[in-house]
Design a protein around this ligand. Structure first.
Ligand code: DGL
Length: 264
């Protein structure tokens, strides 16, 4: 099986994308609800949590790790790839690749948490892939709590989104990266605010495609993953938001087990 971790349950958007593309993939998910949000924490703290989450998933038998959280991927993704002896994929690189391929004008918007945007990882990776791109990034710290409250269709959310997207819209981007686990749940609203000509890149779908390519290119490795489609969901705390966000993502209830990772 593969392992996916996130700072909470927003990373279930990654599981949804994996499930849609590869229904028989078995996986174990860990959502660090006890220590969420990561987006407002320091790099050192996010890195420590990310290592603990990875180790928890490896203990459960995961043979490949997906860092489903953009905030964790932005500060810890490359280090986890170096430190652990299993393949580690993360949500940022696939989204960058897709954004760069899709953008005709090279003007790319990125929205994410404060941790993700202030890491400048998207700017660096986009410029590395294609120099001369103009990247317009905007931290959107209020969007995660709005999604967790289920306020996807409220007028207050529309107003806040309009304010966040305004500077990006003013720069005439043709591509916008949703650089946070929760934003796919706001996709219709974001699409209508940013305008028709802008392609929206959903990092959860992008990483699912990359995993499918990886497994196709490594059939021996793919054969070691149980193909029974079993999914196990662990969280480090249970709160009201856990089941309601899960329901917003899957349209069904999820059977979460409580797990304490070291230090959580
Ligand atoms: N999972 C986080 C991300 O994708 C959003 C929630 C948080 O700040 O922890 O950046």
């Amino acid at each position: 099986m593969i392992g996916v971790f996130d700072s909470g349950v927003g990373g279930l958007t990654v599981v949804r994308a994996l499930e849609q593309l590869m229904p028989s993939l078995s996986l174990v998910y860990f959502g660090d609800v006890a220590r969420t949000p990561y987006g407002s924490k320091s790099s050192e703290t996010i890195l420590r949590y990310s290592r603990q989450n990875t180790e928890f998933l490896l203990e459960q038998g995961a043979k490949l790790i997906i860092v489903g959280c953009n905030s964790a991927a932005s500060v810890a993704g490359h280090l986890l790839q170096e430190e652990y002896n299993v393949p580690v994929l993360e949500v940022i690189t696939p989204a960058v690749d897709l954004a760069v391929e899709s953008s005709k004008t090279g003007r790319i918007g990125v929205i994410g948490t404060r941790a993700t945007i202030s890491s400048h990882i998207y700017d660096e990776k986009i410029h590395h892939r294609r120099s001369g791109c103009k990247v317009i990034s905007e931290p959107c710290p209020l969007l995660v709590p709005l999604v967790e409250e289920g306020w996807m269709a409220k007028k207050e959310t529309k107003t806040i989104l309009k304010k966040y997207l305004h500077p990006i819209k003013m720069q005439s981007v043709d591509t916008l990266v949703l650089g946070c686990t929760h934003y796919p749940l706001l996709k219709p609203l974001i699409a209508s605010r940013i305008g028709k000509g802008v392609r929206i890149i959903d990092s959860s779908i992008a990483v699912a495609n990359v995993l499918a390519e990886y497994l196709a290119a490594h059939p021996d490795f793919a054969a070691t993953l149980r193909p029974d489609g079993e999914k196990q969901y662990f969280v480090s705390d249970t709160t009201d938001a856990v089941q309601s966000v899960a329901r917003d993502i899957f349209n069904r209830d999820i059977d979460f087990k409580l797990a304490k990772v070291t230090g959580a």
